[in-house]
Design a protein around this ligand. Structure first.
Ligand code: ADP
Length: 342
C-alpha cells in the first residue's frame, strides 16, 4: 500500500480511535489532541498524522468518516465485493480488530491487519517520545511544563495506561516491556459509577460537572477527624483525604441531598489519587524514575492531571514526577500506525 494511504485503528472498550496520514492535511479534522506534522527524510512522508475518535456504539459514524475522509480523499475506490487482492488493508488493534473485521470488510472493503494491543500501546508511546517534539509534560499547581526527553536515556520507564481499566507497564526498550501491575479501578469505574450516581449521560458531561464541584463536602478529611487540625506527627495535613466519600456514612444524608457536582468531583479525585499512588508504588518496586500516564481517561483535564501529580509527589516525597502525553488517547492506534514497515 502507498504510504499516503496508511491508517490505523484501535478499538477500546468504549471508543474507536483512528490515526491516518494526510499528505496535505486537508482531510485532517483538527481536534483538541492536535495533528502531528511528520517530516521524515523520505519526501513521501511529508504530511500530517490526523486523529479521530468515535464511540464504539456509534461505529456507523466511524465507517462514514473513513469512507469520506480517507477512502475518497486518497482516491482509493473500494469495492466491498472485490477480491482480497483488491482490498485496502489497515492496521488494527484492540478488541475491535476482531469485533469489527467483518463489518469493515462488508461495508468498506477494508481488511484488518491485526496487531497485538499491548505491543501497539508501548510502540505508540515510544514513537511519540522519540519523534514528536514537546510531547511529554508535567502538570502541577496549574503549571504545564514540557519535558525534554533524551532519546538515548529514555528507558526504563513506567507507562500507566488509564483506559476502562488500568495497565502499568515497565518499558525497557523497543518491543521490550512487561505488564507489572494494574487496577480495575479506572476510567470505566469513573464513568460507570458517575453515571449511576449523578445521572450524567456522557463522560464529557461528568467531567464538566466535576469541574464545578467540591469534594470536601463528601470526602472525610484528616481535619474532619482531628477537629480541623493537621495530624502532623505522621505527616498528614488537615486537608488530606482520610476516606473518599467517608462523610456520607455519618451525615445522615441520602444521595439526593448531595450536589451531583460534588459527587463527580469526589469520584474523579478518588480514582485519580488511587492510580497515582499505585503507579508510584510500582515505580518504586522496580526503581523506575519516570512515570508516563496515558489513556483516554485523562483527556488533558487539568484537575485529573493535578490530582495524579499530587499523588505521585506526595507518596514519593517529591522524588518522582508524573508526566503526561499530548496524544495520550491515541497510543494504541499510533503504535499500530508505527508498525507499518517502510
Ligand atoms: P479502553 O481501550 O480500555 O476503553 P480508553 O483509552 O479508550 O481505554 O479509555 C476509556 C475511558 O476514557 C472511559 O472509561 C472513560 O473514562 C474515558 N473517556 C474519555 N472520553 C470519553 C468519551 N468521549 N466517551 C467515553 N469515555 C470517555
Amino acid at each position: 500500500m502507498e504510504k499516503q494511504n496508511k491508517s490505523a485503528m484501535a478499538d477500546g472498550r468504549t471508543l474507536v480511535k483512528l490515526v491516518y496520514f494526510s499528505a496535505n492535511g486537508d482531510n485532517c479534522e483538527e481536534s483538541r489532541d492536535g495533528s502531528i506534522v511528520v517530516r521524515s527524510g523520505c519526501s513521501v512522508l511529508q504530511g500530517r498524522l490526523c486523529f479521530a475518535k468515535f464511540e464504539t456504539r456509534k461505529i456507523d459514524d466511524c465507517l462514514e468518516f473513513i469512507r469520506f475522509n480517507i477512502l475518497q480523499h486518497s482516491g482509493v475506490h473500494q469495492h466491498p465485493n472485490g477480491t482480497a487482492r483488491d482490498k485496502l488493508s489497515i492496521k488494527a488493534t484492540g478488541g475491535g480488530a476482531f469485533k469489527f473485521a467483518d463489518l469493515f470488510n462488508e461495508k468498506l472493503g477494508i481488511l484488518f491487519d491485526k496487531e497485538d494491543e499491548m505491543h501497539c500501546l508501548v510502540g505508540g508511546v515510544n514513537f511519540l517520545l522519540k519523534t514528536v517534539p514537546r510531547e511529554a509534560f508535567t502538570y502541577l499547581d496549574g503549571q504545564k511544563e514540557f519535558v525534554q526527553i533524551d532519546h538515548n536515556d529514555l528507558y526504563p520507564y513506567l507507562l500507566v495506561n488509564i483506559g476502562s481499566g488500568v495497565s502499568m507497564i515497565k518499558v525497557d526498550g523497543d518491543g521490550k516491556y512487561e505488564r507489572i501491575s494494574g487496577t480495575s479501578l479506572g476510567g470505566g469505574t469513573f464513568l460507570g459509577l458517575g453515571k449511576l450516581l449523578t445521572k450524567c449521560k456522557s463522560f464529557d458531561e461528568l467531567l464538566e460537572l466535576s469541574h464545578h464541584g467540591n469534594n470536601r463536602v463528601i470526602d472525610m478529611l484528616v481535619g474532619d477527624i482531628y477537629g480541623g487540625t493537621d495530624y502532623s506527627k505522621i505527616g498528614l495535613s488537615s486537608t488530606a483525604i482520610a476516606s473518599s466519600f467517608g462523610k456520607a456514612i455519618s451525615d445522615g444524608k441520602e444521595l439526593e441531598d448531595y450536589q451531583p457536582e460534588d459527587v463527580a468531583r469526589s469520584l474523579l479525585r478518588m480514582i485519580s489519587n488511587n492510580i497515582g499512588q499505585i503507579a508510584y508504588l510500582n515505580a518504586l518496586r522496580f526503581g523506575l524514575k519516570r512515570i508516563f500516564f496515558g489513556g483516554f481517561f485523562i483527556r488533558g483535564h487539568e484537575y485529573t492531571m493535578d490530582t495524579i501529580s499530587v499523588a505521585v509527589h506526595f507518596w514519593s516525597r517529591g522524588e518522582a514526577k508524573a508526566m503526561f502525553l499530548r496524544h495520550e488517547g491515541f497510543l494504541g492506534a499510533l503504535g499500530a500506525f508505527a508498525s507499518y514497515k517502510d
